[in-house]
Write a protein that binds this ligand. Structure first.
Ligand SMILES: C[S@@+](CC[C@H](N)C(=O)[O-])C[C@H]1O[C@@H](n2cnc3c(N)ncnc32)[C@H](O)[C@@H]1O
Length: 206
């Protein structure tokens, strides 16, 4: 990646040469496609690995927020082929990789991989899984979470993984203070896991 080519650019400038990696997903070893210019192209990111260890079984409708090449959405689809999984990312190369990876695994029917604006405003979710893009900056991250976390159905749960030294505790405190457009708190936020410098946060929508 060039210094200006962040993984969260819409059209990464780096070469789109595809490569194959073998990774463990949903208890099996699978071969997938990745490329430069997307987040963690060589392996499943450590934070994502920590998150995967703390996730409940996928709910019927699930949002993978900031999906990258798809480790979370693909895991959900392998675990629950009848789930309706929406995977969003601003990086079009990542969305293309996820679509191709879903097809490779026979999970294309379960996953809709789209840019955030393509998700209808009224669509809500029983679960949200995310390794959110902390590096976009605090304000942008807060805007991102404000756009999506209130779209959890009542009783639904969001699981987020955040590195401790990138502000997991302050993010948790911020989430605890948030209310939706009707003045209703987003819900109860708890720390449900901790490993390798990462925290897994769970929001249960009230
Ligand atoms: C930390 S990476 C996680 C990627 C993937 N879920 C994984 O675990 O490997 C965060 C992702 O969020 C994406 N992203 C950045 N800004 C976003 C936005 N406004 N809406 C949706 N996704 C965004 C980035 O492009 C990146 O793929």
């Amino acid at each position: 990646m060039s210094p200006t080519d962040h993984y969260f650019t819409a059209e990464p400038a780096s070469s789109d040469e595809r490569r194959r990696i073998r990774v463990p997903l949903a208890g099996r070893e699978v071969e997938l496609e990745t490329a430069a210019g997307v987040f963690s192209p060589g392996h499943i990111d450590l934070g994502t690995q920590v998150l995967l260890k703390h996730l409940p079984p996928p709910a019927a409708t699930l949002l993978d927020l900031g999906c990258g090449w798809g480790p979370l959405a693909l895991t959900a689809a392998l675990q629950r082929p009848d789930a309706r999984i929406t995977a969003v990312d601003v990086n079009r190369r990542a969305l293309d990789l996820l679509e191709r990876n879903a097809a490779r695994l026979g999970a294309a029917g379960a996953i809709t991989a789209v840019e955030p604006d393509a998700v209808p405003a009224e669509q809500t979710f029983d679960a949200i899984w995310s390794n959110p893009p902390i590096r976009i900056g605090k304000q942008a991250l807060h805007e991102l979470l404000t756009a999506w976390l209130p779209r959890l159905n009542t009783g639904g749960q969001a699981h987020l993984v955040v590195q401790k030294n990138l502000g997991s505790d302050s993010l948790m405190a911020w989430i605890a203070r948030q209310t939706d457009a009707n003045g209703k708190p987003w819900g109860q936020i708890e720390k449900v896991g901790s490993a390798k410098g990462f925290r897994v946060l769970r929001l249960t929508r009230s």
